[in-house]
Design a binder for this molecule. Structure first.
Ligand code: S5P
Length: 258
């Protein structure tokens, strides 16, 4: 049986300010739900986050799928984040050599480092990717999640790769706040386990995505946070569906409390 400390107790143990902040939001809103706002029009994203904002601890974006990107959109997104008290996670999965990811994180038209609280990275290219993101993110008090496992069928991540990623996270807790994963990978209560590939019913899509339920992900597998995209965004009743996911993930976590 997996045992967990409460979000508040875990927050107290954190020296990383971003993790502390996130645990604070999770406790206050009783939410370990992240919504993935995978729409291509900025208005759709803003409407979605205004509805689900009260129920999520974080909103995840793929900023490079937005067709009408503008600085004004970012301003409005940041206003929403403040209004509803959630963090912004840009799911860019940086994976190139250090110098390139540094430019991708800081420059281009998106200037991700100026607005995203949290980003993520694949450490496939070695230590440089993390060193580079840290050079920019650390002084801005940003956080980074490492992709240690994936939800998609046939993904090429091996157990050795996952173990090496966990080691990197544990050694870089000034910047790394946890993992994108399918299973609980570290006993360290200050590292977060965020799991995508979640719907209320187990299943799959037609392009290799695989879904587990919130209960399976949180209480059986011992992860901390669920990331839900289409399960919420394609629902006819976005608000009540978000509430259903929130309650299901939160109740599952509460069952594990020591
Ligand atoms: O292993 C992963 C990692 C991520 S971040 N599998 C994923 O599906 N994701 C992301 O989570 C993916 O890019 C998408 O934005 C979201 C899942 O969306 P859904 O619509 O399938 O819930």
């Amino acid at each position: 049986q997996i045992k967990k400390l409460s979000f508040t107790e875990r927050g107290k143990l954190c020296t990383n300010q971003m993790t502390k902040k996130l645990f604070g939001i999770m406790e206050e809103k009783k939410s370990n739900l992240v919504v993935s706002a995978d729409f291509t029009q900025s208005q759709q994203i803003l409407e979605l986050v205004d509805k689900v904002g009260p129920h999520v601890c974080m909103v995840k974006t793929h900023i490079d799928i937005v067709e009408d990107f503008s600085q004004d959109f970012i301003t409005k997104l940041l206003q929403m984040a403040q209004k509803h008290k959630f963090l912004l996670f840009e799911d860019r999965k940086y994976a190139d050599i250090g110098n390139t990811v540094k430019l991708q994180y800081n420059n281009g038209i998106y200037h991700v480092s100026s607005w995203a609280d949290i980003i993520n990275a694949h450490c496939i290219s070695g230590l440089g990717v993390l060193a580079a993101l840290k050079q920019i993110g650390l002084e801005k008090n940003k956080g980074c999640l490492l992709v240690a496992e994936m939800s998609s069928t046939g993904n090429m991540i091996t157990a050795e790769y996952t173990a090496a990623t966990v080691k990197l996270a544990e050694e870089n807790k000034d910047f790394v706040i946890g993992f994108i994963c399918q299973n609980r990978l570290s006993d360290d209560p200050t590292l977060l386990h965020l799991t995508p590939g979640v719907q209320l019913k187990k299943g799959s899509d037609d392009l290799g995505q695989q879904y587990l339920t919130p209960e399976e992900v949180i209480s059986k597998r011992g992860n901390d946070v669920i990331i839900v995209g289409r399960g919420i965004t394609q629902s006819a009743d976005v608000i009540n569906t978000a509430i259903a996911y929130k309650q299901s993930a939160y109740n599952a976590y509460c069952q594990l409390l020591q």
